[in-house]
Write a protein that binds this ligand. Structure first.
Ligand code: SF4
Length: 291
């Protein structure tokens, strides 16, 4: 496989073949994100290159690939003819293929019709990772996320109606000290309304060179303390009411890895967080954390 710049994927796609069908993120404005700042000009990769990579991977290890993650940052934005060809190639080259997934923004989903989403599902796209990060519209605006909580609900509902699985990602600390409580409660409410199959919480890191780092240097944004971040997590697990979602905080950015199903395991997870707040469970050391 050939890659341009750094390539990112969710923790649950660690064992997936990553094919880079787009370069960068078509939005690329979120204030905290530096993932694609080394690729400031978003581009759709020439389809022939993407298909050649898939064919090469098929020849090299086709029978070992059961998951494909289509990168980069919001690959659902690809036009339908690219998706149709990529999904056909995945089916042709990887006989054990179980699922194809990608990151998607609310705008990406709004840019596809219901029929197109159903067509993508029929052709093999199985899961979309959507990162609203917060359910609080004030926070979403400050983050320059490009969509409201209500637009994320619509996006998730339309994806599910098309038969796609949805993974929703939230960002502890995204409201700063100023909106910590509102951010946590509204994120739990948005997680309930999006009703995803999978839920994840990451912890915000202020990355040098981002607009958020500039805001922090000016004193306009302050990251909550570790205790306050765990408090946000506690609110989230106690209040989120999706139908039945697998919840994880296994991303390297988090201080406390926990996992279970929400809402079923909410009380157990809250108790584990209470033990961590009481110093009875070890936290991930700062030097072991990552983006
Ligand atoms: S949509 Fe995702 S990849 Fe794009 S700028 Fe925002 S956080 Fe980064």
């Amino acid at each position: 496989m050939r890659y341009v710049g750094k390539v990112y994927r969710p923790p649950s796609e660690a064992d997936a073949l990553i094919v880079q069908a787009t370069i960068g993120c078509s939005w690329n404005h979120c204030t905290y994100c530096d993932m694609y700042r080394d690729k400031p000009r978003f581009a759709v990769r020439p389809l022939a290159e993407t298909l050649a990579d898939l064919a090469g991977a098929g020849r090299a290890a086709g029978d070992r690939v059961d998951k494909v993650f289509v990168a980069d940052g919001d690959a659902l934005v690809l036009p339908m003819d690219h998706w149709e060809a990529i999904l056909a190639a995945c089916r042709a080259h990887f006989p054990r293929l179980r699922r194809v997934s990608c990151y998607a923004t609310a705008a990406n989903l709004a840019g596809k019709t219901d029929a197109e989403l159903a067509q993508l599902r029929a052709l093999g796209l199985a899961l979309v990772y959507i990162g609203p990060e917060s359910g609080d519209d004030v926070v979403l605006k400050r983050l320059a996320k490009g969509a409201t909580a209500a637009e994320h609900v619509t996006a998730a509902q339309r994806a599910r109606a098309a038969g796609l699985e949805v993974s929703a990602i939230f960002l502890l600390g995204a409201g700063g000290v100023a909106r910590s409580a509102e951010h946590a409660a509204a994120s739990a409410a948005l997680a309930s309304a999006m009703d995803p199959h999978y839920l994840a919480a990451l912890t915000l890191t202020i990355v040098p060179g981002t607009p958020l780092a500039t805001q922090a240097a000016r004193g306009d944004f302050t990251l909550p303390s570790i205790e306050a971040l765990l408090g946000e997590l506690r609110t989230f697990v106690a209040e989120a009411r999706p139908t039945d979602a697998l919840f994880r905080t296994n991303h390297a950015s988090n201080y406390l890895p926990v996992g279970g199903r929400l809402p079923r395991d909410g009380a157990r997870l809250a108790a584990a967080i209470d033990r961590a707040l009481a110093g009875e469970l070890p936290l991930r050391p700062e030097h072991h954390r990552g983006l």
